[in-house]
Write a protein that binds this ligand. Structure first.
Ligand SMILES: Nc1ncnc2c1ncn2[C@@H]1O[C@H](COP(=O)(O)OP(=O)(O)OP(=O)(O)O)[C@@H](O)[C@H]1O
Length: 235
């Protein structure tokens, strides 16, 4: 059950399963207001399941535990999920009344000033993800949940989107939970990197904890059970 604390994001003893299989098994997690965390985990480890629980999108999935999130939660997915029959600006302010000016500002912030009247299918994949970011920004989220938001983009576009997301984060300071497969993306963007394994947060690494990038990377790859070579091939 989601309740507004206005502040801390807290997950306690969260259990979620499908049929007989427990995907999350007594998971605890706290995020401070404005904290940027990335969530890594092997495929099928339950990252999306956790994100959906935080977003209140898990419907009647069986489970237990407590989820406390702020009132304003925005979610960005791997695909932009824009309405193809609406132009860019109405997509951004969908469901909000009198928000056109704010919508324009958000589009300018993501580098899409002047594209308000474009149709979604006239935009590249990266531009569509920018619209999705603008759509979440305009709602002034206190928690931004992002599920592999750059997974479908080419490497160069992904790097540009990293810079954009980090800039938007610095300006608006929501708490962020970014699900990613990419250890380097996690380290580049987040102040805290979490690894989900066996239904719980098994490992975490914080930026500035004394360890260098290479050490943190090695430790995270070890926690994921992946060799440096395997990770390089995947990326
Ligand atoms: N609606 C569902 N019904 C049955 N099983 C499901 C359902 N959704 C997820 N699962 C299973 O739960 C497990 C965790 O899925 P989840 O999508 O949370 O993992 P993930 O870590 O996000 O995976 P990936 O990195 O591959 O996206 C998987 O084994 C998946 O098959």
């Amino acid at each position: 059950m989601a309740t507004d604390t206005g502040e801390l994001i807290r997950v306690e003893n969260l259990t979620r399963g499908y049929g007989d299989r427990k995907v999350l098994d007594g998971l605890d997690l706290e995020l401070a207001p404005g904290e940027f965390a990335a969530l890594l985990g092997r495929s099928g480890s339950g990252k999306s399941t956790l994100l959906r629980a935080l977003a209140g999108l898990d419907g009647d999935v069986a489970g237990d535990g407590t989820v406390q999130v702020p009132d304003q939660v925005s979610v960005v997915f791997q695909d932009a999920r824009l309405l193809p029959w609406q132009r860019v600006l109405p997509n951004v302010v969908l469901g909000l009344s009198g928000a056109s000016a704010k919508g324009r500002d958000s589009l300018a912030e993501v580098g899409l000033a002047g594209r308000e009247r474009a149709w979604p299918n006239e935009l590249s994949g990266g531009e569509q993800q920018r619209v999705a970011l603008a759509r979440s920004l305009v709602r002034e989220p206190r928690l931004l949940l992002a599920d592999e938001p750059f997974g479908a983009l080419d490497a160069l576009t992904r790097l540009k989107m990293h810079a954009l997301l980090r800039r938007l984060y610095e300006q608006h300071r929501p708490a962020v939970l970014l699900v990613t497969h990419d250890v380097d993306e996690a380290i580049a963007l987040a102040d805290r990197v979490l690894v989900l394994d066996h239904g719980r947060i098994a490992t975490e690494q914080r930026r500035g904890s004394g360890a260098g990038h290479a050490e943190v990377r090695t430790e995270l790859l070890r926690a994921l059970g992946v060799t440096q070579d395997e990770h390089a091939r995947k990326g």
